[in-house]
Design a protein around this ligand. Structure first.
Ligand SMILES: C[S@@+](CC[C@H](N)C(=O)[O-])C[C@H]1O[C@@H](n2cnc3c(N)ncnc32)[C@H](O)[C@@H]1O
Length: 195
């Protein structure tokens, strides 16, 4: 990824480490589209995957309801004051994501979808070449896996962030039991290929 986009990804609010972003970018470059991300927040991972989508001539659907996760509540460890829209007092990261996508020059490639991952997944119409799951980190991650992973076509890739979290480890084990093989681990990122 070119240096301005690397700098943008690093400056964007979020939790993805640069090595994890590079791995997402490199693996996505090997996939056919479309790409889907569950959990975009302000767009840090979105820039890394969106850059690969641009190179592949495809699109990235960036799915997030933009109302945050339980650990982002004001009294919790992942609270980010900038995520609160001062005009409403509500958590709203869609405006941050759109600003990141605009600065990245990826408005034709990254398509924000504002809705819950489970609802969007149930109405999804086609298959997916690259799927990144980084939305809810508690029990609902299993629902994300059950709804979305069957949409990954054979040979396509499935990536999970924060793999050591117990609910996410269980989803990864379920994916491996259900026809995915592990192809890479970078920090807390686990990448799987559908057999
Ligand atoms: C850890 S953050 C994503 C971080 C992002 N991938 C990055 O690189 O910075 C998790 C995001 O998932 C979203 N989220 C949580 N539960 C969700 C759900 N059920 N459906 C859609 N988005 C959800 C939250 O709004 C939040 O923006």
């Amino acid at each position: 990824m070119r240096s301005e986009r690397v700098a943008l990804a690093e400056a964007t609010l979020g939790w993805l480490h640069p090595g994890e972003g590079e791995a997402l970018n490199e693996w996505a470059l090997q996939c056919d589209g479309p790409f889907v991300e569950l959990g975009s927040f302000a767009g840090k991972s979105t820039v890394w995957i969106g850059d690969a989508a641009e190179h592949r001539g495809t699109v990235l659907f960036a799915v997030d309801w933009h109302r945050g996760s339980p650990e982002m509540a004001p009294d919790r460890e992942c609270h980010v004051p900038e995520a609160v829209d001062p005009s409403t007092g509500r958590h709203d990261t869609l405006r941050l994501l759109r600003a990141t996508v605009e600065v990245a020059g990826l408005e034709d490639v990254i398509i924000p979808v504002a809705g819950t991952s489970q609802t969007v997944g149930r109405w999804w119409g086609g298959d997916v070449g690259f799927l990144f799951i980084d939305a809810c980190h508690d029990e609902p991650v299993m629902q994300d896996h059950l709804v979305w992973s069957p949409l990954v076509r054979p040979g396509g890739l499935l990536a999970f962030h924060d793999s050591p979290i117990p609910a996410i480890s269980r989803a990864i084990a379920e994916a491996i039991a259900g026809g995915f093989e592990q192809v890479d681990v970078v920090e807390s990122l686990t990448l799987l290929r559908r057999l």
